[in-house]
Design a protein around this ligand. Sequence first.
Ligand SMILES: [Zn+2]
Length: 234
Amino acid sequence: MIESLARLLALQDRDQKLRNLRLEMEELPNARAAQESQLAASAARLEASKSRLRAIEVERKTLQTEASAKRATIERYKAQQLQTRKNEEYSALAHEIAVGEKAVSDLEDRELELMEEAEALAPSLQAAESEYAADKVRIEKALRVLDAQGPNIEELIRDLEAARSEAAQGIDESLLATYERIFQNKAGSAIVLMENEVCFGCHMKVTSQTALEVRAEKHIVHCPSCGRILRLPD
Ligand SMILES: [Zn+2]
């Protein structure tokens, strides 16, 4: 392999590692946000279970208050009934008492329904609670790992940046600029293998002339299709 290509290849190795680390670094906030939104969704599921049970409790209290007010009214009618001597008034009160008793019974039925609903919801609340507890432990651990990754990646990047500039030394300036441009444009693959006269960057067959030039190893050869620098297998 010609020396300038060997140098470029060593540089590309560092550049690719750097590129991956920088991508990982960029992904960290997204990864963090994804974990946080999972935890929020789990908390929302728990909250939904709890809020239905709270609504049931509120409705039960209202029903109980209504029922005791009705019972008090019924008691009052009954007392009036004992005191009246008029048949008409007596039967009017008897009718009111019957209406009131029916209303109390309806309220009690509705309360019973609510109690049954609350009982049926209990297992799903319990499930949501334990699911949330497990999610919280798992996600908080994942967040701690992500938080620790940042400084580690930064340190690796600093080390690699030093190694990178070392590797860039001694490479012809214009060749270096060409390589850097291709590396940028081709998502981190500037130098690729040519095997069976096919460029491994774009998977196009190169011309026989290009293949000959690559095999001759006299100068840097670019793929005619994608412009990447071609090299032979080791
Ligand atoms: Zn190509």
